[in-house]
Design a protein around this ligand. Structure first.
Ligand SMILES: [Zn+2]
Ligand SMILES: [Zn+2]
Length: 371
């Protein structure tokens, strides 16, 4: 479960009014009546409703801020719990009778669902931003009938029962007295229109499935999992509704030299014992070009050298992270006689005792003892 503040797109210090406004906006966007029962939107609606339920209540909000949950049941329960319990309340607060009695009725304009596509970027592209082409298979408005669902040349009739409104008012007697409800028209299934001859291409749906290509401007500073939203570029809605949104999820290929650490980049540079002891400068290739790294005398393995502002630009902001280069001192192996002599001489001068390494035999004895 995502962070409740993030879900609502408000800061941790948001006022009750800001939270209410954010929820109202999101609820309208994702309400099942608006999205035409799209599964993703429905899930989203449940999530934001749940977040709002918690954050609008000062006591629950305080619990959530302290424990990351308002109570144990909330922490573990499924979205269904809260949906079943508190949903009616909220629904009425914000939507009143506008959507009729049933929260999942079919009145109102239908909107296409949302779709997601993944774009794979190189490490550098994610850091600096890039334009990418993506192709995604989507429901689109049928080209043959222009979305009407009627076979070209045939007519679409206005439904006589609801006179094109798509819904009818029904008066019912209940223990509360006379109740007027608005329900979808049975005759035209809420469309307001009756198609006499369905379009052959789309079988009357008004939409077909096709590949669509978009050029995406990926901003600098994105990272694995960043999602970009292209409003109105998602699946078309049946019968003239608004298209949904296309979400572009970013995947970033690994670099063999660099790793991301938020807006910082990490890298390694190996140096020899002599370089570490005496100090040196090294030409290091950053994402921006070559930089001189200064290794001071007596540098230990694991020391970090920070190259300011050579990291990742902030996704939203003007800052840029740093490039942190970890120095790894490599112990020389496979020495020749001269080198051995020099190192022994060095040890002698420094008063370090060099005794023979322990016989390998001991290790093999240890090994057999373990078996
Ligand atoms: Zn068609
Ligand atoms: Zn009708």
């Amino acid at each position: 479960m995502a962070d409740f503040y993030e879900l609502l797109g408000v800061s941790r210090s948001a006022t009750e009014d800001e939270i209410k406004k954010a929820y109202r906006r999101l609820a309208r966007e994702h309400h099942p009546d608006i999205t035409g029962g799209d599964k993703d939107s429905e899930e989203r609606f449940k999530e934001v409703t749940r977040a709002y339920e918690t954050l609008r209540d000062p006591e629950k909000r305080r619990m959530y801020d302290t424990y990351g949950s308002d109570d144990p049941r909330m922490a573990q329960g499924s979205a269904q719990d809260i949906f079943g319990a508190g949903f009616g309340d909220i629904f009425e607060t914000f939507f009143g009778q506008a959507f009729g009695n049933s929260p999942f009725g079919q009145q109102g304009p239908r909107r296409g669902g949302n779709a997601e596509v993944t774009v794979v970027l190189s490490f550098e592209e994610a850091v600096f931003g890039v334009q990418k082409n993506v192709t995604v298979r989507l429901p689109v408005v049928c080209g043959s009938c222009a979305g009407s669902g009627a076979q070209p040349g045939t007519s679409v009739q206005t439904c006589a029962t609801c006179k094109g409104a798509g819904q009818v008012r029904r008066v019912q007697q209940s223990f509360l007295g006379r109740v007027v409800t608005t329900v979808p028209c049975d005759k035209c299934r809420g469309e307001g229109k009756i198609i006499t001859q369905p379009c052959k291409t789309c079988r009357g749906e008004g939409i077909t499935v096709e590949d669509r290509s978009y050029v995406i401007d990926v901003p600098q500073g994105v990272d694995e999992g960043t999602t970009l939203r292209l409003p109105g570029k998602g699946p078309a809605a049946a019968h003239g509704g608004l298209p949904g949104d296309l979400y572009v999820r970013v995947a970033v290929s690994k670099s063999d030299r660099f790793t991301r650490d938020g807006i910082n980049i990490r890298a390694q540079q190996t140096i020899s014992i002599a370089q570490a002891s005496l100090g040196t400068s090294i030409l290091f290739t950053t994402l921006d070009g070559q930089e001189t790294i200064s290794v001071s005398p007596g540098t230990q393995s694991g020391a970090e050298i920070v190259l300011k502002n050579k990291g990742v630009p902030q996704l939203q902001g003007r800052r840029r992270g740093d490039l942190i280069v970890k120095i790894v001192v490599v112990t020389p192996s496979e020495l020749n006689d001269e080198e051995i002599g020099l190192l022994r001489r060095l040890a002698e001068i420094r008063g370090e005792s060099i005794s023979e390494p322990v016989d390998q035999g001991i290790f093999s004895k240890l090994k057999s003892a373990w078996k």
